[in-house]
Design a protein around this ligand. Structure first.
Ligand SMILES: [Zn+2]
Length: 160
């Protein structure tokens, strides 16, 4: 375990086992997300090599890649807590020391599969903060994406 609830293997690149998450990333996930939602936080993408990043359509300068300007660490995690609304995770990330000056991205897909991207690009003071949102792969406003996540959750809750 690298913190109480996270093990290094959760951050592994599935094709090559690269797993070099920035310490601030792991500590932020533990103290500022996991310890507040009190539920398991699933890391569905952590470290990525360049090959894997291309395969999943990641941006060329993705913070999931090892970065020379961040001491060689990978600085991003895509996280999912199926029973927690993305709005809650987004607000926790916005309030956190680890992520508020970094990147926070919302990805709404099928209810229960949606995820939040968080990264610690801000810790070195080299990169401006960034926020973005996608619904089914289409760019969206933060508010619109969070509303759509709520709507899809309600549909599932009512058996729709
Ligand atoms: Zn790989």
């Amino acid at each position: 375990m690298i913190t109480r609830d996270f093990r290094r293997s959760e951050f592994r690149c599935p094709c090559c086992s690269l797993a070099e998450p920035h310490p601030a990333l792991v500590i932020g996930l533990q103290w500022e997300i996991r310890d507040l939602v009190l539920l398991p936080v699933h890391v569905h993408s952590g470290s990525r090599c360049a090959l894997r990043n291309r395969a999943v359509g990641g941006a060329p300068g993705s913070f999931h890649l090892p970065r020379l300007d961040m001491d060689g660490y990978t600085c991003a995690a895509d996280i999912r807590v199926p029973s927690v609304a993305l709005a809650r995770l987004f607000n926790l990330a916005e309030a956190s020391a680890a992520f508020r000056d970094g990147g926070i991205g919302i990805y709404v897909v099928t209810a229960g599969r949606s995820w939040l991207h968080v990264d610690v690009r801000g810790v070195a003071g080299l990169h401006p903060a960034a926020r973005w949102a996608y619904v089914d792969g289409q760019s969206a406003s933060i508010e619109g994406a969070l509303r759509e996540d709520e709507r899809r959750r309600a549909l599932v809750a009512h058996g729709g």
